[in-house]
Design a protein around this ligand. Sequence first.
Ligand SMILES: NC(=O)c1ccc[n+]([C@@H]2O[C@H](COP(=O)([O-])OP(=O)(O)OC[C@H]3O[C@@H](n4cnc5c(N)ncnc54)[C@H](O)[C@@H]3O)[C@@H](O)[C@H]2O)c1
Ligand SMILES: O=P(O)(O)OC[C@@H](O)CO
Ligand SMILES: [Zn+2]
Length: 353
Amino acid sequence: MFEKSTWIRLPRNVVVGHGVIDQVVDVIDDLHLQGRPLFVTSPTPREVAAEPIVAAFEATGVEPAIVTIETATFDAVERVIETAEAEDVSYLVGIGGGKAIDIAKMASYHLEMGFCSVPTAASHDGIVSNRGSVPDGDSRHSVAAEPPLAVIADTEILADAPWELTTAGCADIISNYTAVMDWRLAHRLKNVEYSEYAAALSEMTAEILVDNADLIRPGLEESAWVVTKALMSSGVAMSIAGSSRPASGAEHLFSHQLDRIAPEAALHGHQVGVGSIMTAYLHGGERGIWRDIRDALASIDAPTTAAELGIDDETVIEALTTCHEIRDRYTILGDGMNERAAREVATKTGVIN
Ligand SMILES: NC(=O)c1ccc[n+]([C@@H]2O[C@H](COP(=O)([O-])OP(=O)(O)OC[C@H]3O[C@@H](n4cnc5c(N)ncnc54)[C@H](O)[C@@H]3O)[C@@H](O)[C@H]2O)c1
Ligand SMILES: O=P(O)(O)OC[C@@H](O)CO
Ligand SMILES: [Zn+2]
């Protein structure tokens, strides 16, 4: 008897384009979300996007509650939950980069409330996904989170954001190549659940982005359009898989470990991009695709070396040799790299000198 079942939760409304921030109230109306919203944001996105959205709601007689978070932690999730309960809100809107959106979707999941996503940076592929990712002591789990009912991505805002945020988003997508390699390996060796559709979508998203690299240039609003669509497509792959596997393999473990040992040194997307160069080498050796990944990153101005990340060589080695411990996720790192092997891959790929 066939007993398999799946439940894929995707957004109902996806609104992308120039000036669409003015349509947030209409989009929420269309979803029949009623009552008071809680906006979860961080300092710059608050000014850039949250304040104008507050004004638009106030003009309709609704007074939103607002909470500003500085860091992505379980404490921040707790603070948002407490605010939601104290302010008697009925749904949440995450407005900002990956951290604000993660905190909002994790709090919404706990509160069993609707969630909408308003990205202010094309810097990460969590805009649409049903996963949340925050550090937890020595670990970093990928946890279930509320996927957005709607996404409102204003390309004017996204294109005005600092350019490196967009290149970080591109690198987060390019890293899908190695994430999928790790996923397939784990499927073959450890019987990890695998979705051919999610893997294909994730790889195709990276492919389309790389093919359109010429359109990705600073000051070009079309770049924000191309990158944001790729970020959403990658998020859909995660939602189909019901895990972050299509977009997160050993290159993400490397980045998560850097977050622990060199906090705030570089953007998430930039770190996973450099990690992806090295894990592609581990998968395919000299003849593998590591040079293609490096060149794709370089072509969109993303870092390809430790120096460009602002991280010293020894920190790269420490992260490479310890990051397999961060979570129970089988990857090309297996049960860990020794120092000599780590130094060799980092040197051969030019990540360190
Ligand atoms: N849940 C998922 O599926 C998923 C996917 C990818 C990344 N992530 C998580 O997202 C985080 C990385 O996201 P991030 O790189 O956006 O980090 P971030 O949220 O810290 O944003 C980076 C910086 O950009 C600022 N910013 C955002 N919009 C801006 C704008 N328009 N103008 C000026 N500054 C702006 C933010 O305030 C912040 O200081 C990590 O914690 C990562 O684990 C989650
Ligand atoms: O599950 P993690 O490793 O946090 O990955 C999510 C996201 O960063 C994928 O791009
Ligand atoms: Zn990522």
